[in-house]
Design a protein. Structure first.
Length: 279
């Protein structure tokens, strides 16, 4: 991984002018200055664009993406346009704490990995409910992610080349609200994520109005994401390491012992056969 850190920040936006302004100001207030802030707008009809223009900051880049209906295409547009060698993601309704980038860079320098994430302060109905994640490990790997999505998108910063190598966020409509999970799985075949168990962002968890309410069935999420993961591994001829296979074998046994729908049991069997778990 390169030792220099030029950070491009990508923020998707749709009709959240006040929240967007808060998010952008939190980036511009970082103790480690970023290279640029790319705001990729998904057809907003409010004052988002004029409010950003009023800041009159040369680091701010506004991109009109048309109306795509989700954050994947705007995020991918930002990644493709970015000039930095690292890309940090921020949702328009969240905000970073001032030392977020600086602390993550220091952690990357220590651990020499290609991605980093952190914990977050969960803000719901204006109340700080403390740490959002109950996660204690220093890294997040493929096995951790096969169990659950333990990476908050607004905390993630990833080496740009790795994002390109793992095909960016999937853009299909079925991935809306879970496109980040699909990408983290792909990335985890190339690098573990450094995990900082510090609340480096304010995560405004408005579940009632979030597009995440589309997925109330966790098995539906797993089915969509893991079938995409299997397809991506096959198309790109990615070979899992022996240690990854060993770890996943143990995980699959745990999942099966908990009781799973028949279609999920069939998926696990095909996944193991496809990628040589029985060899």
């Amino acid at each position: 991984m390169p030792d220099n850190f030029n950070i491009s920040v990508v923020i998707p936006n749709y009709n959240r002018c006040n929240e967007l302004l808060r998010a952008v100001k939190s980036v511009l207030s970082q103790t480690y200055p970023v290279l640029e802030v790319i705001i990729c707008d998904d057809g907003s009809t409010d004052n988002s664009k004029s409010q950003i223009a009023a800041l009159n900051n040369p680091k701010l880049i506004w991109v009109d993406c048309g109306k795509t209906g989700g954050p994947a295409i705007p995020r991918n547009t930002g990644i493709k346009l970015s000039r930095g060698n690292w890309v940090a993601f921020l949702d328009n309704d969240d905000e970073w704490k001032p030392e977020k980038i600086e602390k993550q860079i220091n952690a990357l320098k220590r651990q020499k990995l290609g991605a980093v994430c952190s914990n977050a302060s969960q803000i719901r109905a204006g109340v700080d409910r403390g740490s959002y994640l109950d996660y204690r490990k220093e890294q997040v790997n493929l096995t951790d992610l096969m169990l659950r999505n333990c990476i908050i998108c607004s905390t993630a910063m990833v080496n740009k080349q790795l994002l390109v190598d793992t095909s960016l966020f999937p853009e299909g409509k079925e991935f809306i609200a879970i496109e980040d999970y699909a990408l983290w799985l792909r990335l985890s075949t190339r690098t573990d994520f450094v995990f900082l168990n510090e609340t480096l962002i304010n995560y405004f968890d408005n579940f009632e109005t979030s597009i995440r309410t589309k997925y109330s069935d966790s098995w539906l999420i797993f089915g969509i994401v893991f079938n995409d993961f299997k397809k991506w591994l096959t198309v790109n001829k990615v070979n899992l390491t022996k240690q990854q296979k060993k770890d996943l074998e143990l995980l699959f046994k745990k999942i099966k012992n908990k009781g799973v729908p028949s279609q999920w049991d069939e998926f696990l069997r095909k996944f193991k056969d496809k990628f040589g778990f029985n060899k």
